[in-house]
Design a protein around this ligand. Structure first.
Ligand code: ATP
Ligand code: MG
Length: 453
């Protein structure tokens, strides 16, 4: 027993089949700071325990606690069924089809309570590539641990006794900074290819090394992502991009050969020096915002990722004789259509992206009432931040960004003065020598995208 314990702590190879009994770590051994655990999470576990059930914090929260990071949310695992959980709390809702879970609410705070899942049955329905479609059987705690993705995500913490239960050598992997999938890597990636993205996200976010056997199949299995429903890929991509480590994640995706086909147009973008610089700057600024606790808009993020593709198409439509504003909307349509199939971009996000793009030529019209109208635009801030990225990446002249910074800051007289300075021949995006006859009437209202849809 002691030998086994030491082996586990040191993370040496275990024989198969010793995952039914956990290693139990005391507060002194695991060193979790109980102050980092949310009071509501403790309310949930203690209510469940008082009703005679087992209840633990699980997953990312335990992992983060062990790393000394304050978890952003707390998931709870229990042997109570969803109905039993629901009955114990005033505001609790059973949600989910694929897996039933209970959302317990305290004010704004939401906690997810899941019932221990049973061993994945061979009979579970799968698609033709082996992806598990539905498997909602309940089970024992050790079976629940086995179904989780990585060893570091499969530990349970009981706030009452302050003990950690570790079934798969997660503690050792936390200490060695290793990301290791539980079970046979190929099989686990096949049953749920989203794990391919998760491995990359955690490696980049935690700065962990991917264990050799977990890593090997990644590039080979990458195409399996294509069979995952677009909405799940989108959720996972969003988590990746909003992790505060988006740049590191994308670099890791490329390193693992996973970026091809994920954001199809991004392949191309990252291969153009200008596009790459723009995407880098956008992600770096997103990461900064996340780290400072500022909100990040998914629309802004995706608008940035796909901008150079829009630019390319915008130029092409103009070269084919289209006027600048309609050409921009046609380009936006093309890019959004291609991405919607793959990523299930939600309507709201797609419309934010379109707004941000459509504002760009308007920043370049610094005459008459145009700049004042733009100041009233609901998404001015996002459009302006985007403009600054375009300047910083060298796509357009810095002078435009500086002019707008001054214009936004200035009072009435200051604005008149800036306008009177006649900021030169305002350039009109990629096609500077376009005839401007027809575009003028369009430019007065270019944010009305409906026309080209
Ligand atoms: P984050 O800090 O990003 O929320 P997390 O580990 O909590 O990380 P979640 O997506 O919230 O990630 O999932 C919670 C837990 O559920 C995970 O820690 C893991 O144990 C389990 N899990 C989530 N997705 C999968 C999956 N695709 N396959 C197996 N287990 C999963
Ligand atoms: Mg989580």
């Amino acid at each position: 027993m002691i030998k086994k314990f030491i082996r586990r702590i040191l993370g040496t190879k275990k024989t198969a089949g010793d995952h039914t009994q956990p290693v139990t770590l005391t507060a002194k051994q695991h060193g979790i700071n109980p102050q980092l655990v949310s009071a509501n999470a403790i309310r949930v576990t203690s209510t469940l325990q008082q009703a005679g059930f087992k209840a633990f914090l699980v997953g990312g929260a335990v992992r983060d606690l062990l790393l000394g990071i304050k978890p952003k949310d707390f998931d709870i695992a229990t042997n109570a069924t969803p109905e039993q959980v629901k009955r114990l709390f005033r505001r609790a809702f059973i949600i989910g089809k694929r897996f039933q879970i209970v959302h317990v609410m305290f004010g704004q705070d939401l906690l997810e309570v899941t019932t221990f899942r049973g061993a994945s049955s061979d009979g579970a329905p799968k698609d033709e590539h082996g992806r598990v479609l539905r498997d909602n059987t309940f089970g024992e705690q050790h079976e629940d641990a086995l179904r989780r993705d990585f060893t570091i995500n499969a530990m349970y913490y009981d706030p009452a006794t302050q003990t950690v239960l570790d079934y798969h050598g997660g503690i050792a992997d936390i200490r060695n900074k290793t990301l290791r999938i539980i079970g046979v890597p190929e099989a686990r990636f096949r049953e749920d290819p989203v794990r391919l993205l998760r491995v990359v996200r955690f490696a980049a976010k935690l700065n962990f090394t991917i264990a050799q056997d977990t890593r090997e199949p990644i590039a080979i299995m990458a195409p399996l992502i294509n069979n995952v429903p677009a909405a799940r890929v989108f959720d996972e991509m969003l988590k990746l991009l909003m992790s505060g480590h988006a740049l590191a994640c994308l670099q890791q995706l490329r390193k693992e050969g996973l970026h091809h086909g994920l954001l199809p147009l991004l392949d191309v973008v990252l291969e153009q020096p200008m596009g790459e610089k723009f995407v880098r700057l956008a992600l770096a600024s997103t990461d900064d915002r996340v780290k400072q606790g500022k909100p990040v808009s998914p629309g802004f993020l995706f608008a940035s990722l796909l901008w150079h593709q829009v630019l390319e198409k915008w130029t092409a439509y103009q070269a084919a004789g289209e006027y600048p504003i309609p050409a921009l909307h046609l380009a936006a349509d093309d890019v959004l259509n291609t991405q919607t199939d793959k990523l299930a971009l939600q309507r709201k996000i797609a419309s934010d992206m379109r707004d941000i793009w459509a504002m760009q030529p308007r920043f370049e019209r610094r005459i008459g009432k145009s700049p004042y109208k733009l100041l009233e635009h609901l998404r001015l801030r996002a459009g302006y931040d985007f403009l600054l990225l375009r300047c910083a990446s060298g796509e357009i002249d810095n002078e435009i960004g500086e002019w707008w910074t001054a214009f936004i800051d200035a009072d009435g007289a200051g604005r008149e003065e800036l306008l009177a300075k006649k900021p030169g021949a305002a350039n009109e995006g990629p096609a500077k020598k376009r005839p401007r006859r027809r575009s003028r009437s369009r430019a007065a209202n270019p944010a009305a995208p409906g026309k080209t849809e």
